[in-house]
Structures are given as structure tokens and as C-alpha cells.
Design a protein around this ligand. Sequence first.
Ligand code: AQP
Length: 321
Amino acid sequence: MRILSGIQPSGKLHIGNYFGMMKTMIGHMERAQLYVFIVDLHALTSVHDRDRLAQGTIEAAADFLALGLDPEKCLFWVQSDVPEVCELTWILSTLTPMGLLERCHSYKDKIAKGISPSHGLFAYPVLMAADILLYQAEQVPVGKDQKQHLEVARDLAQKFNNEYGETFVIPEPGIDEQTATVPGLDGQKMSKSYDNTIPIFLDGKALKKKIMAIQTDATGVDEPKNPNTCNLFQIFRLFASPSRLAEVRDLYLHGGAAYGHIKLELFELISEHFAAARARKEELLADPGEVRRIMKQGAEKARAQAVTTLDLVRDRVGLRY
Ligand code: AQP
């Protein structure tokens, strides 16, 4: 099975990115043909700071490697190192109905949050479709927020195949319902652009401060609470052992759950969970040239496949004479 997914270097990667996509991708490493990439062209829709984008790209790559992605067992590259994706984006754009993009929630949510409504932001799902179709991916593990974009990719693949003949594999979403949407500190979807995240590699005082800022209601310790609607519990359950989770769920349901104590426990759990990866990330960032070398090597392999698909597409649409 060919499995592909990308991540934007648009800020510090957070536990929503980790549980929604990165962990799943790393878990597929031994059994799938895995394609993982850092989507810097997508990040340009929200980051207009040269140094921040470049540094974010190296950091996102280091994050994946530190968390256990082995570049020998997958294709791992930076999106802009394979420029063929831009040409396929244009070709797909010529088949993309405006209404399909106008219905996308992510675009509307982002402009509602103050991100400037550029053509790039509007066309984001077409670039994403090109990324997926260029490598003929069969499955794309994503968080729930990206499900609609994946439907756009499927629609465009079908439309192209109908118009020009069988060319693209129709990709399936891979969504883990348990971690489909990790809530942020304020209970909305955890998102880099909402400033409500718990970054994966934060530690010490800064991590504690974030965790203490998780919003909870004003229910007293002895009163029963609903664990399913409490975002502290929804984050806690990602890190706690099954037996501890059952105990805390019981306290929620029958009284005795103290938010402050649960937050401190969560702080310990997160610190511990990422301790080894944090140390590995520091080593990687001490030699960013090596991270770049790994990414360039991955890009060469990815580009060879991209060129093959794009050659076929050019032929199908008549960009060959
Ligand atoms: N809160 C989340 N819960 C579950 N999955 C999530 N993902 C993101 N947030 C959550 C998944 O992480 C993958 C990479 O995301 P992305 O960086 O490409 O874009 P995004 O979904 O837009 O993530 P952010 O943090 O919200 O970034 P910004 O604010 O820059 O747009 C995707 O598979 C996504 O589903």
C-alpha cells in the first residue's frame, strides 16, 4: 500500500499534528511504501517571513526524524524541491470548479481568523491534490480537518480520469477516529494558526505554563463532570495508561476530579513521553546541514517518480507536440 501525507512548517509542530498524522505515519513505516514530506509551498499561504519559513522547514524535518521516522525506510523530502508539483497544480486547476473550492471550510475558517484571503490560500486544496496524485498515493492519513481537502483530491482525480483516460489512483483518507481532532488549550481544534497549541518539544516551565492554561469549566472538585466534553480530559487520554485513564474517567463521572492535579499529572506525562525524542532533536539541530542532506536525497527519489507521472499527464492533456 502506498501511503502519503505532508505537514506544513508554519510554526512549531504540536501534539495535534503528532496524534492526528505523524504518529500514524511513523507507525506505517515497516509495512507500507511511505511518502512523507514537509509542505513549505503550502506554508507560504500563511508565513511571509523568509527566516521563519526556512527555519520552520528544517525544524519540521528534524521533528519527524527525532520522533522516529527513518529516511531509509520511506521517501522523505521538502515539497518545493520537487517543482513538478506546481505544474500539475496548474493542470488540475483548469479542471477545478470554483464551487468545489468555495465550499471548503478550512479556507473560510482561516480568513475568519484573520489570515489574508489570497489566491494561494483559496487554491490550497488543488496544490494538496497535486501532491497526492503526483505520487499515485492510495491512502492519505490526515486529521478530520483535512477530510474535505482529500475529497477535493478524489474529485479532481476522478474528473481527470473521466476526461483524459485512466491516469490517477483515487486516494482514500486514513482517519483515526480516536485522534481525528485533538482540541487546543481553548477547546477549538489545536492549530498553529490559532495560537492554542501544545508544541511537541516544549518542556520545563514553558510546557507547564501551557498546560496550566488549558481551559476548563468552573465545576467544583466533588461535582460530577462529563469527560467527553472536557478538553483537558481529551488531551489527558492521549498520554495516560489505560488503567490510569479508567481511574480518572471514574473521578469525572462520580466526583473527585481536580483539574489542577490532572494538569500537573499531564505535564509529567508529556515531558516523559517526548523525553528521548527531545534529546534526539537537539542532536539533529546541532547539524542542520545533515538534515538538509537527508531531505535533498529524499527529494531526488521523489522527483524521479514525480517526473514519470507528470510525463504521462502532459501526454494525456496534449502538452506534447
Ligand atoms: N488538532 C488536530 N487534531 C488532529 N490532527 C490535526 N492535524 C492538524 N491539527 C490537528 C493534522 O496534522 C497534519 C498536518 O497539518 P498541517 O500542518 O499540514 O495543517 P493543518 O491541519 O492546517 O495544521 P495546523 O496546525 O492547523 O496548521 P496551520 O494553523 O498552519 O494551518 C494534517 O494531517 C492535519 O489533519
